[in-house]
Design a protein around this ligand. Structure first.
Ligand code: OOB
Length: 539
């Protein structure tokens, strides 16, 4: 079994009694559709249309072959696939035999993948030849040396390790293999992070299944839903809020796009009759601009009914424009891979949708808004968000020190967001975690600072966010150089980071060389001062 911090018994009992936890594995989502709608189209990927029957067949093939190699409960998988049908097929194959995957983002590079592999020691790695890391065998060989027994690659010419071949035929599932128990870890979500190394979030079948079912209902997902997945498929928003899993749960269709780039997405929407398209705020802005440039493009969006928007702050003015320009309803989503997801509801008045980030999924999502001493603030006042509930995790994987800081004695997770609560609805007004939210992509300041000081000419670093009209935030690295070194160019610094293998979205947008970093009264780096100086510069 994969270790994780369970919910206390009294709460677990309550979550079952209330019907949130149904003690079914996540694979039930697919099994239910297989019985109800076997020939309905589950996934559209380019020209491929994959029915629920075919979806199940391919994922069972892969499951059976992996189980035949002895993989099962207690094993983990590291998966890195782009937005293709194989992502979902692989996910369900692994769930079917109780192998817990980490779904790395396709933008992740060596540093992230090696770190996830270090944490979970995967028995199997499933990735794509289209990714630079797997173009040759160097990284795959390293993984093997680290103990990975099997590597399957999408696009490999060798049939013995081609993912497509493994999906094509398989023996029957060996006797005794099956999903992990519903109250155990099904897979790991990725934390946006605020620490030096990326953290993993164990999610159980029960908790995730509840968040999916409830989200599908809140977002009005039905078998008629045609859902555009243009955000990274493994991200919690695109996977479960209501995400592809919410769509599979309801028997609808998931239509994949490689990215939210508007013109390609508009073609797909028009061709496939897309009804729901979740986006991050910068992508909404791009879609708005594309329609404003050429109003005839709006005709392509005729079938679009609902656009859930989340992942980062959504400017009120853009929200107001969006419904008008795009001609669909809007929904704000404030969620986190750790659990808690808030939605504005489909019958909320427009003002609520424009000005709040919604309210929690569950009546049993407990929300506290706290001042600096940990005391509750009155409604209408900003404070730090703390939460616990039927689908909010209880601890990062193997991270006792960080967990001691992220959770309080009552098991509330402190998300690092500053929110205002009013009438049960939340507004996100700031952040206390040391993270940069670059248009929905999260960057842990400490991770990049640690990498930059590894440069021989750098002695001190602070990474801070600066406001950006397109992405909401960009990152700026303030650097103090070794004595005697007068300058270090941004390209050289970027090269240094890329050579260390970090994902490109984490590269600082700007670098500032300074003589020293400002300190607070207690001697910590004064990031607020640095942020203010940047804001003054941009203003
Ligand atoms: C989603 O999940 P993560 O894990 O990538 O990031 C969570 C963090 C939140 O703690 C908050 O800081 C920020 O992203 N965030 C928002 C937001 N939605 C997320 N900040 C302001 N406004 C929003 N609407 O980003 C995520 C997971 C599930 C559903 C939607 C988003």
């Amino acid at each position: 079994m994969i270790e994780f911090t369970p919910w206390p018994d009294d709460l677990a009992q309550h979550y079952r009694a209330a019907g949130y936890w149904q003690d079914r594995p996540l694979t039930h989502l697919l099994d239910a559709q297989l019985a109800a709608n076997p020939e309905a189209i589950a996934i559209v990927c380019g020209a491929r249309r994959i029915s629920y029957t075919e979806f199940d067949r391919q994922s069972s093939n892969l499951a059976a072959r992996l189980a035949g190699l002895g993989l099962g409960h207690g094993d983990t998988a590291l998966v890195q696939l782009p937005n293709v049908a194989e992502f979902y097929i692989t996910f369900f194959a692994l769930l079917r035999i109780g192998v817990a995957p980490v779904n790395a983002l396709f933008s992740h590079r060596r540093l992230e993948l090696a770190d996830y592999a270090r944490q979970i020691a995967p028995s199997v790695v499933i990735a794509s030849r289209a990714h630079e890391l797997f173009r040759d065998d160097t990284f795959a060989d390293e993984l093997r040396e680290g103990g990975t027994r099997h590597i399957l690659l999408l696009g490999d010419e060798d049939p013995s390790r081609s993912l497509s071949v493994w999906l094509g035929i398989g023996p029957a599932l060996p006797e005794g293999s099956g999903p992990t128990p519903p109250d155990q870890v099904a897979f790991f979500q990725l934390s946006g992070g605020s620490t030096g190394t990326p953290k993993l979030i164990p999610r159980t079948h029960n908790d995730y299944d509840y968040s999916v079912r409830a989200s599908a209902e809140i977002c009005g997902v039905t078998s008629d839903t045609r859902f555009l997945c243009a955000l990274p498929a493994g991200h919690n928003f695109a996977l479960s809020s209501p995400g592809a899993l919410g769509v599979f749960h309801a028997g609808g269709s998931v239509i994949l796009a490689p990215s939210p780039e508007p013109l390609n997405c508009f073609d797909i929407i028009a061709r496939e009759g897309v009804t729901m398209a979740p986006l991050v705020p910068p992508a909404v802005a791009l879609w708005l601009r594309a329609v404003e440039e050429d109003p005839s493009r709006r005709d392509q969006l005729a079938t679009l009914e609902l656009m859930p928007v989340g992942g980062a702050s959504f400017a009120e003015a853009t929200a107001r424009r969006a419904t008008e320009v795009l001609g669909c309803d809007l929904q704000q989503v404030f969620g986190m891979a750790e659990g808690l997801v808030n939605y504005t509801r489909l019958d909320d008045p427009p003002e609520t949708v424009f000005t709040t980030q919604g309210r929690p999924i569950s009546p049993d999502d407990e929300i506290r808004v706290l001042d600096e001493d940990g005391n509750p603030v009155p409604d209408g006042q900003p404070g730090a968000l703390a939460t616990r509930g039927p689908y909010t995790f209880r601890g990062y994987y193997r991270s006792p020190e960080h967990n001691a800081k992220a959770f309080d004695a009552e098991g509330f997770y402190h998300s690092g967001d500053v929110v205002v609560r009013e009438g049960g609805y939340l507004r996100v007004v700031g952040r206390i975690k040391d993270q940069i939210n670059r248009g929905g992509e999260k960057i842990a300041a400490e991770e990049i600072e640690n990498l930059l000081v590894r440069h021989p000419d750098v002695t001190h670093v602070a990474l801070v966010a600066s406001p950006d009209p397109h992405l909401g935030e960009k990152s700026c690295a303030f650097l103090v150089l070794r004595e005697g070194v007068a300058k270090l160019s941004p390209p050289a610094l970027r090269r240094h980071l890329l050579d260390l293998g970090v994902a490109e979205y984490k590269l600082p947008d700007r670098f500032r060389i300074v003589a020293e970093l400002p300190l607070t009264a207690v001697g910590k780096i004064d990031k607020r001062h640095l942020r203010d100086s940047l804001a003054a510069e941009t203003a």
